[in-house]
Design a protein around this ligand. Sequence first.
Ligand code: NAD
Ligand code: PRE
Length: 294
Amino acid sequence: MTTAFSHIAIVGMGLIGGSFAAALKEYGLALSITGVDRDEATLRYAQQCGLIDHGLTSITPSLAGCSHLFVATPVGTFAQIFQQVAHHIPTVKVVDFGSVKGELSLELHQRFPQLDYLPAHPIAGSERSGIHAADSRLFMSRKFILTPLPKTSPDLTFQMQEVLQKISAHVCTMDPVEHDEIFGAVSHLPHMIAYALVDAISAMEKTSGLELSRYPGAGFRDFTRIASSDETMWTDIALANRSQLLNGLESFQNSLGNLRSAIENNDSESLKTLFRDARRYRDAIVRHMESTHA
Ligand SMILES: NC(=O)c1ccc[n+]([C@@H]2O[C@H](COP(=O)([O-])OP(=O)(O)OC[C@H]3O[C@@H](n4cnc5c(N)ncnc54)[C@H](O)[C@@H]3O)[C@@H](O)[C@H]2O)c1
Ligand SMILES: O=C(O)C(=O)C[C@]1(C(=O)O)C=C[C@@H](O)C=C1
């Protein structure tokens, strides 16, 4: 079995699709890459930079020579894309890079049983989007989750593991439902809170008449960086991982309620305990991330 790809296609040549193409090119892991994107300027730029060899604005039978197709569009587009793949190129192996797995990937697996399909999720990215943000080193030392399904061929999982290791990603395998519980808490919830915080400050600026937006320092910038992320991507994630996010929001509301009561009651002991415990938990997480270069 060979571990490098011959002819592959990537649907969605933005931050993630473009970075994957760039990594495959840099490490010499694909003979030819066809980029599929609805945006012609994106395809032109990707071809000029040498990230892809061919560009297409839709999935057509001309992709029949591809062994693998990687899906890196917002998760709300997956059902339609899988339908086109199943119709035009049913023998291609499909890997998606969406931020939600769980119910979404199980539904795709059931709806399109003819496809050899592996759900995957790079825990790497940024608030930037589009092909101009693509970076061949994006996945280096980052976790890359694989959630194989009952009919995913062991060969496909094995081949992805090998390729991801070659681009220096740290591969972890887990159950797709567990994936959504975990990333609903540690990735999707923080994004919702960052958006909500900025929305609250914007509303406070309007009602107070104070120019709040002129005065933030590094604390605001650090906390809210992820609120500059793409709205289509995050709308799709919020709805595709709805039940886990609703659990997370409830838990966050409880913590906020505890904080609020402590402030209302001038309860310095409770405040100090909450801040100290949160600081210790956060510091331990960051120490672990730094020790694994994640
Ligand atoms: N941005 C991150 O930090 C991050 C990290 C891990 C996974 N992901 C996941 O990766 C996927 C892509 O995210 P991104 O940040 O690269 O987005 P992006 O906005 O940078 O790129 C998406 C690309 O897909 C194209 N596109 C959109 N709909 C299409 C369609 N129906 N057909 C063809 N092309 C289409 C767009 O033109 C764009 O070029 C999403 O599913 C996201 O959840 C993102
Ligand atoms: O670094 C960022 O800006 C990110 O939001 C990346 C991040 C995350 O860590 O939450 C966001 C969504 C992805 O699915 C994976 C990674």
